[in-house]
Design a protein around this ligand. Structure first.
Ligand code: PAZ
Length: 309
């Protein structure tokens, strides 16, 4: 569904803003001002899956598979390359640095004198994560913002984009979140928990308005925008990525198949297709494909900035 500006405004007017929206918006605005002033590039990384609530006082919702690996690993890679990162992610999905820690309770032990201590087998990983995290905290280069539902996600995506407008071409959007394509509009959602005593449940979901169009055209017309395309049928992948580029006129699509997403992606532009593959020996050495993806994208972004001045 292509959106007119009026339809877009209607969607946001009729959809409740996330909790603490004013405070979050102000945090985002301050973060952008601070990094813009020192000339640092900013990337907005979206990560994890959105939910589709079935009731406005939500008990049940539809969800998807995404756990936020792509986004959280990529955020670390952008930080390493000097970007400031707004990490817009699903609440309780994977986050940069802490993602390495797994089940934290297994990592601790109580010493005979009652002190909490990290078990020796975990000290290296804990030390490395804490060191990197402390450095990022000291530099103030990571801002974490959370969403749960697709409606919250879209409100936050819009406010991030509005705040980032001042950055011109020095901002990259890296839209790796798995955003629901279907939803129940707020106006059609029952308020209370759906009762099983009413019998079988039939749901009619509507298409979520495609916000990439207003985002590219109106919210961030000068930014370097990377969307992601996930498919399960390899025959559709490149064709659908190109279709998205044609429809939304942004710069690049990272195309991936569900089963191979951790080892193969293709960077698709209107004129090029660049496969990125994580080789078995790289995988065995603990390398992650996001290192290669981000390395390439930062080159594309530098070139984009140079051509924009
Ligand atoms: O979060 P994750 O690492 O489990 O999965 C990443 C991904 C497959 C959601 C991402 O690479 C992606 O393709 N996101 C866009 C999905 C879409 O087509 O809407």
């Amino acid at each position: 569904m292509d959106l007119s500006s009026a339809e877009c405004e209607d969607f946001f007017r009729n959809t409740a803003v996330p909790e603490h929206f004013a405070e979050t918006s102000s945090d985002i605005s301050q973060f952008v001002t601070k990094h813009n002033e020192v000339g640092r590039k900013i990337v907005l990384v979206t990560s994890g899956g959105t939910t589709v609530p079935l009731e406005s006082r939500t008990v049940r919702y539809i969800d998807n598979f995404s756990v936020g690996t792509r986004g959280s690993v990529s955020a670390e890679e952008f930080l390493k390359r000097g970007y400031a990162v707004i990490f817009l992610h699903r609440l309780r999905s994977l986050e940069p640095f802490s993602r390495h820690l797994g089940n934290v309770i297994d990592m601790f032990t109580i010493t005979p004198d009652g002190q909490v201590s990290v078990k020796s087998e975990y000290t290296c990983v804990v030390a490395s994560c804490v060191t990197q995290y402390e450095s990022v905290k000291k530099n103030g280069t990571l801002l974490r913002v959370t969403f749960t539902s697709v409606h919250e996600y879209l409100h936050l995506l819009r406010v991030c984009s509005q705040c980032l407008q001042v950055m011109g071409s020095k901002v990259m959007l890296y839209l790796a979140a798995a955003v629901s394509d279907f939803h129940i509009p707020a106006s059609q959602m029952p308020e209370h928990k759906i009762q099983s005593s009413d019998g079988d449940l039939t749901l009619t979901l509507q298409l979520v308005p495609k916000m990439l169009k207003p985002l590219v055209k109106n919210w961030l017309p000068q930014a370097f925008i990377v969307s992601f395309k996930l498919e399960t049928d390899s025959h559709l992948l490149i064709e659908k990525s190109r279709k998205a580029l044609l429809a939304y006129k942004h710069q690049l699509v990272v195309a991936n198949l569900l089963d191979k997403r951790k080892t193969e992606v293709v960077l698709v532009t209107m004129t090029t297709e660049q496969p990125i593959v994580l080789l078995p020996d790289e995988q065995a050495a603990g390398k992650e494909i996001e290192e290669k993806i981000v390395c390439e994208l930062t080159k594309y972004h530098s070139e984009f900035c140079e051509n924009s001045v």
